[in-house]
Design a protein around this ligand. Structure first.
Ligand code: SAM
Length: 449
């Protein structure tokens, strides 16, 4: 049949499956069409907005026959904002979708047909994040603070984000009135002028640190902000970060402490730790605890653990407190300093923190290792460096525990390791409800020969 579909066509289709980002997928005249916000089985009216040759992207115009899995999105910004993907899908179905994403991705990239457990739910399906970054921008001279529209840099102004705590609403309100009253300009992406670019909030139950990202190091007019925040909050800190570059990265290199708290102090599974405005911390506290508990169970009793990509050392410390000798390897110097601090305050003499690139250090560390050891790996989204995979395939630790925030790179890496390892356990966790993102914990065991 001749392909006749083109941009701006309007048509009716039935959705056949959901994609890795939670979008509906239909086929029409043999062509694949991605339809965000449409669900499996739904008959929908769509408008083709983009023809990418190998597939088309369409806007959902009308749901003619809705799915039973559809629910009302709670957030008024949902269909515009790029923060959430699947608020229109009932929560129990979100959990099923994530299980399918993990299973299908591992099959697609690694050709491994593994058993995947049911996704473990988050206790809070809204207001679960402990950190948020809001872009600040000037649009036609007006200050806008909010979230980016999906796949764009246009800001949708928001007064409350339902993934973030109630406090954030007040912080946003105060911050905007502080800017207006004190005539502080917002950064304009087009003219590359203006002062405030982003605000980043990191919080725990009672406290928060607000980082104000500005384009000019001379900007210091924070007193009116401090006074306003004091009228609503007892314990908070302010940090100035300078980012002069017009790129997509939020933070620049320089942080200046301005006021109040420098760190938030917390406890996790018996470890006292503190995080500053920049330290890595899993964003969903209850899922974080569930994952760390499971890692403890999977590594319990092992004499020696190598914790690759160890961040500020929280997981390394928890495993060391459990009795194993742990070596953490992390590339960011500041994070390794934090890890050393954890070691000191928690009196963990069996923990060693190494600063450097895992790609270089891990192969050296495990080459020719005779003792039994386990490797725990929690890499960034890009997955495990190939030299680390090669070293693992050579050194052959009995067990590898892999925590991943990206099913695609997880699948690629499992493919590389599957020559020597069996995949024993695959557990998705809903670290990020209302979005299509999923955190996955995997246990691999050395194949018996
Ligand atoms: C997902 S975090 C791990 C956090 C840690 N496991 C925890 O639970 O707190 C990934 C860490 O890998 C670090 N990293 C990224 N690339 C690295 C590399 N090539 N070598 C060592 N560490 C790296 C990042 O700086 C980040 O701290």
């Amino acid at each position: 049949m001749q392909n006749t579909l083109k941009k701006n066509d309007e048509l009716e289709v039935t959705i056949e499956r959901l994609g890795i980002n939670g979008e509906g997928i239909a086929t029409y005249e043999g062509r694949v069409i991605f339809v965000p916000y449409a669900l499996v089985g739904e008959r929908v009216k769509i408008h083709i907005i983009n023809d990418k040759n190998s597939f088309l992207i369409a806007k959902l115009l009308e749901v003619i026959i809705p799915s039973e899995d559809r629910c009302e999105a709670v957030c008024p910004y949902f269909y515009k904002c790029g923060g959430c993907d699947i608020q229109h899908l009932k929560y129990e179905k979100q959990l099923l979708l994530k299980k399918d994403i993990v299973k299908d991705t591992i099959y697609k990239y690694a050709k491994l047909d593994v058993n995947v457990n049911d996704t473990i739910a988050s206790d809070n399906v809204f207001r679960y994040r402990n950190k948020f970054a809001f872009p600040v921008s000037s649009v036609g001279g007006e200050i806008k603070i909010g979230m980016y529209r999906k796949n764009s840099h246009n800001i949708i102004e928001i007064d409350d984000c339902l993934l973030q705590s109630e406090k954030t609403k007040t912080i946003l309100e105060i911050f905007k009135s502080y800017m207006i009253e004190n005539k502080i300009s917002a950064y304009d992406e087009k003219t590359k002028k203006g002062i405030v670019k982003h605000i980043v909030v990191r919080e725990n139950k009672d406290e928060f640190i607000l980082t104000v990202v500005v384009t000019n190091e001379k900007f210091n007019n924070f007193n009116p902000l401090i006074e306003k925040l004091k009228t609503k909050f007892d314990k908070f800190g302010i940090v100035k970060n300078v980012n002069k570059l017009g790129n997509n990265v939020i933070f620049g290199n320089t942080d200046t402490y301005i006021y109040g708290l420098k760190e938030l102090n917390m406890t996790e599974l018996g470890i006292k730790y503190s995080v500053n405005n920049r330290s890595f911390l899993q964003v969903n506290d209850d899922i974080k605890t569930k994952i760390y508990n499971k890692i403890l169970e999977l590594t319990n009793g092992s004499k020696k653990i190598i914790d690759a990509y160890s961040g500020a050392g929280l997981l390394s410390s928890i495993m060391a407190k459990n009795g194993s000798d742990v070596i953490g390897v992390e590339i960011i110097e500041e994070a390794t300093k934090n890890a050393e601090n954890l070691k000191k305050i928690n009196k963990l003499n069996n923990l060693t923190n190494l600063n450097g690139d895992c790609a270089r250090i891990i192969p050296e560390l495990i080459k020719g290792e005779k003792e039994d050891f386990i490797v725990v790996i929690d890499p960034p989204r890009k997955g495990i460096d190939k030299s680390v995979i090669d070293a693992l395939n050579l050194a052959k630790p009995k067990v590898i525990v892999y925590l991943s925030c990206n099913p695609a790179t997880l699948a690629r890496d499992l493919g590389y390791l599957s020559e020597n390892y069996d995949v024993d356990f695959v557990q998705p966790y809903d670290m990020f409800p209302q979005t299509a993102n999923v955190e996955t914990l995997v246990k691999l065991s050395l194949k018996k020969v």
